[in-house]
Design a protein around this ligand. Structure first.
Ligand SMILES: *Cc1c(COP(=O)(O)O)cnc(C)c1O
Length: 710
């Protein structure tokens, strides 16, 4: 039986294609497809938090029946289904026209997290969204790629802030049946369960999949009765703190993930590792070749030529290092299979500057991949310096770590009303060809008034959303007025609004703008040209320092001396991120340089006409042109905070409030337009994925072909 029909028994035959459509995230980056679900019943759509699988399961039969006999609905339905089929079955695509003409076996992409949609809580932050956007773009470009990751049934930690400002977490279990994921079955129709090799006592994973357009993401789930309790929780959360459990998690990801692909019968030609967590997958590629009779050196060379590794963090603590005694415990049966002794094996993961620290996953991945990259030009430089001791006989600039600057998936991150406006003034097919820089010149043709009206509509939508969240929290948890005030109920749509939303970690300095409270108060409380600031973000559950910063900001939000102009919105997730990057006036970013490898939230803002005020670090070193936002150099907390006040006081706020007789700020709109043009043309996932394909995938795929034939 067709699994989609099985899952949605209520769907009338005339519109049963909705089931397949709901089960492929393709709908999430096609607004017209999204509309198809929304048109069925707006309240139900909202109630499902935009999850069509849940909605189709819960919606009353009468609504479906009436849609199935509504000619307007059916016209739209037929159009969307035809479009989806034609995109899924296209004969030619960018990849076959530019990279590899004939059919080739896929690239396997491994990542510990994926940020794809609010209904799939498999992410912690930027790394995950980068991976999610990568998959969507590969689908759009027709790049044959399969992805591997974890299911994290308790991945979503709902953030609740106590009345004293301390962050607490409530784990929310995923309802697997209502999520846009599907079980994977074997040839006999049995649930696919795979035994992770080389772990004793045995450990099993159940396999799920998510359809992301043409790309398939496989997800492993250890929460099965077959596993003993210690093993069941391996895939419960992202990034387990306990070091041994963390090692086991990464063994499951790299080695278990390879075994899953093997069992399904997917022979991948190239491996792309998104950060070091899944790097054990490299071992499996070597082991298979050694088993086939190759020497370790030859096998390693072949694996290396066909492996791409992307490193993401200049923060030293962001790299996993496993102590040798744990490596012995889990790998003493493994390294003989590679034809290596213990020392030779452990040497693969040693960082020469701290040889006694243990097995460093990043050092290992860098050594074992021919194609390595950081995620912005600056991060490439930082990574070459950071890891130069792995190549002692090379000069720093010759360390083999390249850079490919991150980008965002444009159809996912553009606000739908903005997209409609662009449809009116940009050339036909602009979204399909959005990495053609000339397309973006047409942004200048949008009349200021129209852009401003659209933008104000989006901003009001943000403030409505924040108030509605506060209202729901008020009714559901009865937290008292404190959370409701801090949560943004006093926000004013006419006030100049700064947004700061990202993970709360010390190096990002979320509270930097409070450094000189008196200066800040003057800006907030300015009678004619006030400022308000919206904060959102989660601290890692184990990071008390991050929680203290959050608490400090929460308490400022409650201080009447700050005029009700500070809001802390709880529970930062993909949905809130969408509203914030679309609807604030200015996006603030002030990490300690050079610790921001790239940053992507500022790109999401820029694409929607929200200029950045950012320290010169990560992508902004490449993105800042002098007229698309504002920039300052890092020189310590005190000076950085003063730079922010100076820019706000003398440049940014006056420009925002300089209106013509019709209330239009033409000077500000000029900056908005430059922000859109710059991000759209330079910082899309389209540009990024094409770079991965031309710089890395092409040559790796070539090596894969010659490797198997030799
Ligand atoms: C884009 C995004 C991020 C990454 O933001 P940074 O700029 O890297 O801080 C984190 N979380 C969510 C929900 C996002 O959408």
């Amino acid at each position: 039986m067709d699994p989609a029909i099985d899952r949605f028994p209520n769907l009338p035959e005339r519109i049963d294609g909705l089931g397949d459509l709901a089960c492929n995230l393709w709908w999430s980056w096609h607004p017209a497809a999204r509309m198809l679900f929304k048109m069925l019943d707006r309240p139900a759509w909202k109630e499902s938090v935009h999850n069509p699988v849940r909605m189709l399961r819960e919606i009353p039969l009468e609504i479906l029946k009436s849609a199935a006999s509504n000619p307007d609905y059916l016209t739209h339905y037929d159009m969307i289904l035809a479009r989806s089929h034609s995109e899924m079955e296209a004969e030619t695509c960018w990849f076959t026209e530019n990279i590899v003409k004939s059919k080739c076996s896929p690239i396997a992409y491994f990542s510990a997290e994926y940020g794809l949609h609010r209904s799939l809580p498999f992410y912690a932050g930027g790394l995950g969204f980068l991976a999610g956007d990568h998959l969507k773009e590969c689908s759009d470009l027709g790049i044959p790629l399969v992805a591997m990751g974890f299911m994290y049934p308790e991945g979503y930690l709902r953030q609740k802030v106590r009345v004293d400002g301390w962050q607490e977490h409530v784990a929310e279990a995923l309802d697997r049946d209502a999520a846009p994921i599907e079980r994977v079955f074997d040839d006999k129709g049995q649930r696919l369960v795979v035994k992770v090799p080389f772990i004793d006592p045995p450990l099993y994973v159940a396999v799920w999949k998510v359809a992301v357009g043409l790309t398939t993401l496989y997800l492993m789930d250890t929460d099965m009765e077959l596993n003993d309790p210690w093993n069941r929780s391996i895939s419960a959360h992202l990034y387990i703190g306990d070091i041994e459990q963390r090692l086991r998690q990464e063994i499951v990801l790299g080695i278990g993930g390879s075994e899953v692909l093997n069992t399904i019968g997917i022979r991948h030609s190239v491996l792309h590792l998104n950060e070091g967590h899944p790097a054990f997958a490299i071992l499996e590629r070597i082991r298979k070749r050694v088993e086939g009779g190759m020497s370790f050196d030859d096998a390693a060379q072949q694996a290396r030529n066909t492996t791409v590794f992307t490193t993401h963090t200049p923060v030293p603590a962001g790299h996993d290092i496993f102590p040798f005694h744990l490596m012995d415990k889990y790998f003493s049966h493994y390294y003989p299979k590679l034809g290596l002794d213990r020392d030779a094996f452990l040497r693969l993961g040693i960082h020469p500057e701290q040889p006694a620290a243990g097995f460093n996953m990043t050092a290992f991945a860098l050594r074992m991949s021919a194609s390595n990259n950081g995620v912005s030009k600056r991060h490439g430089e930082v990574a070459r310096r950071m890891w130069r001791s792995l190549w002692p006989d090379r000069k720093e600039e010759d360390v083999p770590i390249d850079s490919i600057t991150n980008g965002i998936h444009v159809p996912t991150w553009i606000e739908p009303k903005m997209e409609l406006l662009f449809n009116k003034y940009l050339p036909e097919g602009w979204l399909k060809n959005h990495d053609d820089p000339h397309i973006w010149d047409f942004i200048d043709d949008i009349p200021d008034k129209e852009l401003w009206q659209t933008y104000i509509w989006v901003k009001i939508k943000l403030i409505d959303f924040i108030r509605e969240r506060a209202r729901i929290r008020w009714v559901a948890d009865r937290p008292g007025p404190i959370n409701i005030i801090a949560g943004g109920t006093l926000l004013d749509p006419l006030t100049f609004t700064v947004g700061f939303a990202r993970r709360f970690v010390t190096y990002k300095r979320p509270d930097l703008i409070f450094h000189n409270l008196e200066r800040l108060k003057k800006l907030l409380n300015n009678r004619w040209r006030p400022l308000q600031i919206i904060f959102a973000g989660k601290a890692h559950p184990a990071d008390d320092e991050g929680k203290r910063i959050l608490q400090r900001i929460f308490n400022f939000a409650l201080d009447p001396d700050l005029g009700g102009r500070i809001a802390f919105v709880e529970d930062y997730d993909e949905q809130l991120a969408q509203y914030l990057v679309h609807g604030v006036d200015l996006w603030l970013n002030n990490p300690v340089p050079p610790l921001e490898a790239s940053g992507t939230s500022g790109m999401k803002a820029g694409l929607n006409g929200v200029p950045n005020l950012s320290i010169l670090d990560g992508w902004w070193l490449e993105g800042y042109t002098g007229n698309n936002g504002w920039a300052f150099n890092g020189s310590g907390d005190e000076r950085d905070a003063e730079s922010i006040y100076d820019l706000l006081e003398t440049k940014i706020i006056p420009l925002y409030y300089r209106l013509d007789d019709n209330g239009i700020p033409h000077g500000w709109i000029k900056v908005m337009k430059e922000a859109i043009k710059n991000t759209g043309s330079g910082f899309s996932a389209r540009r990024m994925v094409k770079e991965y394909a031309t710089k890395f995938y092409r040559s790796a795929l070539k090596s894969a072909v010659s490797g198997t034939s030799s």
